[in-house]
Design a protein around this ligand. Structure first.
Ligand SMILES: Nc1ncnc2c1ncn2[C@@H]1O[C@H](COP(=O)(O)OP(=O)(O)OP(=O)(O)O)[C@@H](O)[C@H]1O
Length: 217
């Protein structure tokens, strides 16, 4: 399903190039969950940005099913983000002027993939039924995190990419949120990749990839 081959990415740094990814390859199957670990600065977010069509590699190939991603222009990348690949960040980027219900359905409606039954099921499973009329600022961190997950999977994306999605939560809440995320990603048929610094959380996913010196080891 999601396939990356020999990804290379560097950034300009003090008049030189900082080589962050030096030939990274990975493959993810539908319903598979993968943890991406590595020291701070090892390139985890950079890799997630490439897979999530938020940035382009200097070299290498990325494909999702039959769609080639690495040479899409900005319009093509935006279309992928709108409909087939969902990214959840630590800063959740919920829309402050929209209620929980509106935040949940906004992206799915934009992509013309809104499904009332699926959204109702998500609302129920994420324990958001009593919070639908609230605004993001009226929610706790864990509640906001659950809305961000709901919004991502409401689309039924093929891939969910999450960058330390539970980094701000206490251990018990992080566990609950991760359980929900894994269940929902699996049930919607998505491949799930999560960046985490926590070996404990990483161990709960199907597989672990570790980035070191620009390569997966
Ligand atoms: N836009 C950019 N311009 C220049 N350098 C960048 C840019 N983005 C990231 N870097 C550098 O690339 C390296 C990898 O950054 P990245 O954010 O991918 O690491 P990370 O593994 O996600 O780190 P952390 O665990 O601390 O979030 C770092 O040295 C960082 O400073």
């Amino acid at each position: 399903m999601l396939d990356a081959q020999n990804l290379v990415k560097s950034y300009p740094s003090a008049g030189r190039r900082l080589e962050v990814l030096r030939g990274v390859s990975l493959h993810m199957a539908a319903r598979e969950s993968v943890a991406l670990t590595g020291e701070s600065g090892s390139g985890k977010s950079t890799l997630l940005h490439l897979l999530g069509c938020l940035d382009t590699p200097d070299a290498g190939r990325i494909s999702l099913q039959d769609t080639v991603l690495h040479d899409l222009d900005e319009t093509g990348r935006a279309a992928m983000r709108r409909s087939r690949i969902a990214v959840i960040f630590q800063q959740l980027n919920l829309i402050p002027s929209l209620t929980v219900a509106q935040n949940l359905s906004f992206q799915a409606r934009l992509a013309e993939r809104f499904d009332a039954d699926w959204t109702a099921e998500l609302t129920d499973r994420l324990g958001l039924a009593d919070l639908l009329d609230r605004y993001p600022e009226q929610l706790s961190g864990g509640q906001q995190q659950r809305v961000a997950i709901g919004r991502a999977v409401a689309l039924r994306p093929e891939v969910v990419l999450a960058d330390e999605p539970t980094g701000n939560l206490d251990e018990a809440t992080a566990d609950t949120v991760l359980d929900l995320m894994l269940d929902l990603a699996r049930d919607s048929g998505a491949a799930f990749l999560m960046v985490t610094h926590s070996p404990r959380l990483a161990a709960r996913l199907d597989r672990r990839l570790h980035l070191e010196k620009g390569r997966i080891v």
